[in-house]
Design a protein around this ligand. Structure first.
Ligand code: NAP
Length: 278
């Protein structure tokens, strides 16, 4: 079994991004990402730390913009409007999930596709469906990047994506489809999940259930990408039972150190693209 080392790949990518960033600096552009945060959430803190740490190494400026957890939709969207109109800001990312008071609120019509560097708006997702240029959600991009850099053939492969969220499962499935995989999406209503996942050459798991995927879900030799991030029994684990599945899979991402580190790199790549075309 080959462990797919997300940290090493992220280091490789940030090295490449440095060249883009240097070109922008030479043209007098300071690539800038605004990060909208609600209150003082610890989980958001670690994701944001990962983004800001990586950003520092490639000279992308991160501007945290904290809004109170009990903000109203009007106040929150006024902040998004302000950032969208600010020529010094090239990209905007908003902490997820939104606080309960903002249930049902979207960035649609407030964040323009050019600045939607995490592909969170309906406009960006629509472009993904239509296979038009646009920012792709960073986690989905990270999944495909890992497969590409590991030399896993996507074209013609049967890719099974477990999880159908708008932020991870669906965009990942669409990206794999755009790369000519045959894609199956599974969810809680899928009958006999293991029978479906065992057909996968590429198995992507994004469900938020600690160590749920076991060897019986995996076809021998399959490439397994674990997107899950779960705090379980005092430690960080994925949605895949790593030790058990390692005995069956051909390639497997660990958690931590798999998809996570690449997600920040993919987001920052989008910021550089946005800055270059602003
Ligand atoms: P989510 O919105 O809760 O969606 C979970 C999806 O998984 C749903 O579609 C659900 O099905 C499905 N599901 C849950 N349990 C299942 C099961 N036992 N069998 C089959 N399907 C099941 O979660 P999310 O935002 O997509 O996140 C998923 C995981 O990825 C979480 O652990 C999250 O922390 C992690 N994550 C990681 C990154 C990263 O960069 N590495 C980024 C974002 C999220 P239904 O639709 O039927 O309910």
């Amino acid at each position: 079994m080959r462990q797919l080392d997300g940290r090493a790949l992220a280091a490789e990518i940030t090295q490449e991004l440095k060249a883009t960033s240097a070109d922008l600096a030479a043209a007098g552009v300071v690539p800038t990402l605004a990060i909208v945060l609600f209150g003082e959430d610890a989980a958001a803190g670690s994701y944001v730390r990962s983004i800001t740490r990586t950003a520092e190494t490639i000279d992308v400026r991160c501007v945290p913009r904290r809004v109170p957890g009990e903000t109203t939709a009007e106040q929150f969207l006024a902040v998004i409007d302000e950032l969208d109109a600010d020529p010094a800001v090239h990209g905007v990312v908003v902490q997820s999930p939104f606080p309960p008071g903002l249930g049902g609120v979207t960035l649609d019509g407030h964040l323009s596709p050019a600045k939607d560097v995490d592909g969170a708006t309906a406009a960006s997702l629509g472009r993904l469906v239509e296979e038009r240029d646009g920012h792709v959600p960073a986690t989905a991009a990270a999944v495909v990047e890992i497969l590409d850099r590991a030399g896993v053939e996507i074209r013609g492969a049967h890719a099974v994506v477990v999880g159908r969220s708008t932020v991870v499962g669906k965009p990942t499935a669409l990206l794999l489809l755009a790369r000519d995989a045959t894609v199956t999406i599974c969810h809680l209503e899928t009958v006999d999940l293991a029978a479906v996942t065992r057909q996968a050459d590429i198995l992507v798991v994004a469900i938020g259930d600690p160590r749920f995927i076991r060897p019986e879900h995996v076809r021998p030799g399959a490439a397994v990408i674990d997107v899950g991030i779960n705090f379980h029994e005092g430690r960080l684990v994925g949605d895949v039972d790593y030790e058990a599945v390692a005995a069956v899979a051909g390639a497997l991402t660990p958690v931590p150190g798999g998809v996570g580190p690449l997600t920040a790199a993919m987001l920052l790549r989008n910021v550089l693209t946005a800055a270059a075309s602003a």
